[in-house]
Design a protein around this ligand. Structure first.
Ligand code: IMP
Length: 194
C-alpha cells in the first residue's frame, strides 16, 4: 500500500519517510501539480483533515491501494499565552520562512526577559483512505530558550530543548528526536489505524 503525504514541508517529509522506511511513501507533489491548500481550521486536527481530504479527493480516481497522511503541527509556549500554537507556520506572517518564525519567537522571549521556559510541540495526523477519516495526536514536552543553537532539525528546533536533555533539537542528532518526537508518537498511532 502506498502512503501519500499531504505536505510540502521538507523537514516533515524527511521525518515521516524515515519512520516508514521500507514502505512506499510519496509526497503529493511527486504526483500532483503544486497547489495551495487553505488551512483555515481552528485546530491542528481540523487542518490535518483539510489537507489529507483535499489530496485524497484529487487522487481517488487516479491511484489504487493508497492512504493519504497529513500532519499539522506546531509549538506552544504557555507563558506567552499559548502562542504560536496552531499559527506556528505563519507566526511571523503568511508565507514567513522557518527562520523568520524562529527569530520572532526568540524575540518574544527576549522582550519579556525570559531565558528558558516550558514549551511543547503538538502533531495532529489525519489518515484518509477508502475506510474513512481517522485522526491521532502526539506531543513532545521540553523548554524553549532565547537563542538558536545548532543547525539540525527544522522550524523551531534550534530553540527547543527536549525533556531530559541539555542540547537543543538543532544540536541533537535527528535519530534522537525520532525516538520521542510529537510526530513519532502520532505515527505510532497511525500504524494502528492503517
Ligand atoms: P504546518 O506545516 O502548517 O503543520 O506548520 C507547522 C509549523 O510548526 C511550522 O512552522 C514548523 O516549523 C513548526 N513545526 C512543526 N513540527 C516541528 C518540528 O518537529 N520541529 C520544528 N518546528 C516544527
Amino acid at each position: 500500500m502506498k502512503i501519500v503525504l499531504a505536505s510540502a514541508n521538507k523537514g516533515k517529509i524527511k521525518e515521516i519517510k524515515a519512520y516508514f522506511e521500507g514502505s512506499e511513501v510519496l509526497a503529493y507533489s511527486d504526483i500532483l501539480e503544486p497547489l495551495e491548500i487553505v488551512e483555515d481550521g481552528d485546530t491542528y486536527q481540523a487542518n490535518a483533515v483539510i489537507k489529507a481530504k483535499t489530496i485524497y479527493d484529487l487522487l481517488k480516481d487516479k491511484l489504487k491501494d493508497f492512504v493519504v497522511l497529513a500532519d499539522d503541527s506546531g509549538i506552544t509556549v504557555p507563558v506567552l499565552g499559548n502562542i504560536p500554537g496552531v499559527y506556528s507556520a505563519r507566526y511571523a506572517g503568511v508565507g514567513a520562512s522557518d527562520k523568520e518564525n524562529l527569530y520572532k519567537l526568540i524575540d518574544a522571549l527576549k522582550e519579556k526577559n525570559i531565558k528558558k521556559t516550558p514549551a511543547f510541540y503538538t502533531a495532529a495526523m489525519a489518515i484518509v483512505s477508502d475506510k474513512g477519516i481517522f485522526t491521532v495526536h502526539g506531543w513532545m514536552h521540553g523548554e524553549v530558550i532565547d537563542e538558536a543553537r545548532g543547525e539540525g532539525g527544522f522550524g523551531y528546533d534550534p530553540m527547543f530543548i527536549p525533556e531530559g536533555f541539555e542540547e537543543t533539537l538543532g544540536e541533537l542528532d535527528l535519530s534522537i528526536k525520532e525516538q520521542f518526537s510529537h510526530r513519532t508518537k502520532a505515527l505510532r498511532l497511525v500504524g494502528l489505524v492503517m
